[in-house]
Write a protein that binds this ligand. Sequence first.
Ligand code: PAF
Length: 285
Amino acid sequence: MQLIKTVAGLKKELENKRKENMSIGFVPTMGALHNGHIELVKRSVTENDISVVSIFVNPTQFNDKNDLLKYPRMLDADCKLLEKTGNTFVFAPDVEEIYPEPDTRQFDFGCLACVMEGQFRPGHFNGVAQVVSRLFEIVEPDRAYFGEKDFQQSVIIREMVKQLNFNIQIVACQIVREADGLAMSSRNLRLNEVQRKNAANIFRILNESRNKKDSHSVQAVKLLVENELNLIPELKVEYFDIVDAHTLQSINNWEETGAPIGCIAVFAGDVRLIDNIKYFSPSTK
Ligand code: PAF
C-alpha cells in the first residue's frame, strides 16, 4: 500500500506500471472503509496487476451540507485496513487536486437520474458523474469496481462510460451485509444502538417481500414493505419503488420486466440508508 495525495504523483506511478503492461483496477470510495469496500478491493487486486483505491469525500454530490459535514473521515484507519489487501495505491487528494476550478459540467442521464435517489437528492448524480469521470481521467483504469448497494449509481456510471466513451469495464459487485442483514455502509457508523438494531429490519422485510411476488401485486408489495418498516421505531421510509433494473422506471405489474428490483431509502433517526432487493435471479437478467 502506497499513499499518494497528488494527481501528478499518482499519474507518474501509473505511467510506470502501464509501461510494464500492467493492468489497472480502480475502486473509487469516500473512505470510512468497511468490508463492503474491502471486498471490492480484493476483487480488483485479484483481477488486475495493480489497484488504485481513491478516498475522496466529493462535495459536489452532497445536496445536504449537513450530510457532507457529518460524513465520517478516517484516513489513517482506512490506510491500515488497505495495508492488508495487497498491491494498492491509495489516492487521497484534497478538493483542490480534483477540482482546481469549479466543475460546471451538466450531465444528462435522462430518466435514469430523475427517479429515486435522483428525485430525492437533486444534483447528486451530476456530482457523482463529475467526480467519477475526473477520477477515470486521472487513473485511466482497465476496470472499475462499484458496490450494488448503490444500484442506481452503478447503472448511471455505465451510462456515463458510454456517453464519454471511456474504455473501462464497470464491474458491479454484490452487496456485502452484516450478520443480521444490514447492508454495509459508512453511514452505519452514525447509527445509535437502537437505530442500528432496528435497521436490520430493512433487509429482513425486503427479503420477505420476495416471497410475496407470486401472490401479491407490485402495488401491494410496495405498500406492505413501506407500512411494515414505518411501524418500527426510529425508521421512516423515504421511498420504496419497484423498477426495471435496466431502465430504473417504476413497473405496475410483474410481467412488465424480467428484472424487477426494489430500491429503498430509509431514515434511521437522521441517518439515511439505502438498500435494494432483486425479484429475479441475476442469471435471468
Ligand atoms: O459510492 C460512493 O462511495 C461514491 O458515490 C463514489 C462512487 C466514490 C463517488 O464519490
